[in-house]
Design a protein around this ligand. Structure first.
Ligand SMILES: Nc1ncnc2c1ncn2[C@@H]1O[C@H](COP(=O)(O)OP(=O)(O)OP(=O)(O)O)[C@@H](O)[C@H]1O
Length: 304
């Protein structure tokens, strides 16, 4: 069992606090680390993989401190967000170099094994500089897996990858999770995390905002009141009807036209709005959310 534990872990750069007292446990299977840009995901992953020392608190793997413990590094594979900068090497040479750095007994065999896992055996003879984004991602994954680690950490692995390669990568991660590895990947896209992760950890502004199964996180995110703008051919008449609806929290007429509606339960509001309008002979011309950015969802989760 490989369990990563963060205990009150913080990291600051000068006076920028990138990670602020986060405690979490990452178990075997797939965990999604979800948060907007700049939330501290890269910094967290760097501490989990032993590349960065926590400024305070600890990161341990099965009870052993990760930072500066070489034996622990042997159990961890990291797929960083940045591109492989050795475009002049072939995929095979790159993976082999990593196998040799790990001091594996048979680096050649380990390289072939892992190239096959990521289905890159054939293109591995070509230079990395000629690869597509998805192929580069797979070669990075191969080099992270070459020493057969029980923990696999991936920083934004789906960024810029085309849909077909994305499905392939998701299938690979699922396989790693099913094999009992502890897999954690970061993303700022909820739908991406939803498709692969069993467990989700949400970070916002360096803080741990929520933790749970996908359904619980989705509920937290969708049950919050959301603001919509509704434009009708008679805004005032519609506003007076909408305020009577249980799914509606607040209604106001906007000076520029339309109605600002704060909705607690979008599902029932979406069903009721056309009926209310029809029953009163009002035509709805437009319905649009006003604060549905991921950032606003995240700040709701941290009570901001
Ligand atoms: N080396 C550094 N020096 C100073 N500040 C840094 C450094 N690295 C990160 N930061 C700051 O720490 C905060 C968290 O950054 P981090 O890269 O960990 O977030 P992230 O969630 O991975 O975001 P992104 O997805 O945009 O990379 C940001 O405010 C960032 O500007």
């Amino acid at each position: 069992m490989s369990v990563l534990t963060l205990d009150q872990t913080s990291r600051w750069y000068g006076n920028v606090v990138a990670v602020n007292g986060i405690s979490m446990t990452v178990r075997p299977g797939i965990t999604g680390l979800l948060g907007p840009n700049g939330a501290g995901k890269t910094t967290l992953i760097a501490m989990m993989s032993g590349f960065l020392a926590p400024s305070a608190g600890t990161v341990t793997l099965d009870g052993t401190m990760v930072w500066r413990t070489t034996s622990v590094y042997r159990s961890i594979g990291l797929v960083p967000e940045r591109e492989v900068s050795f475009g002049y090497l072939t995929g095979r040479q790159f993976v082999l170099a990593n196998a040799e750095l790990h001091g594996l007994p048979d680096p050649g065999a380990a390289t072939e094994r892992v190239l096959e896992v990521v289905e890159m055996t054939e293109p591995a003879a070509r230079r990395i500089g000629t690869y597509s984004k998805g192929m580069r991602q797979r070669v990075k994954l191969a080099s992270a897996l070459v020493h057969d680690p029980s923990v696999l950490l991936l920083d934004e692995p789906f960024n810029g990858v085309d849909p077909r390669q994305r499905l392939h990568l998701m299938a690979l991660l699922r396989r790693m999770g099913a094999e009992g590895r502890t897999v954690l990947f970061s993303s700022h896209i909820l739908e991406e995390v939803e498709q692969v992760a069993r467990q989700i950890e949400v970070v916002v502004s360096g803080r741990h905002a929520a933790s749970g199964e996908f359904g619980e996180i989705r509920r937290l995110m969708t049950d919050r009141p959301v603001q919509y703008v509704v434009v009708a051919d008679d805004d005032r008449a519609l506003a007076s009807r909408l305020i009577a609806e249980p799914s509606v929290v607040a209604v106001s007429l906007r000076p520029e036209g339309g109605i600002a509606v704060s909705v607690a339960d979008f599902g029932s509001f979406a069903l009721r709005l056309p009926r209310v309008a029809r029953e009163n002979g009002i035509r709805v011309l437009e319905l649009a959310p006003t604060d549905d950015s991921l950032e606003s969802v995240f700040s709701y989760l941290v009570g901001g």
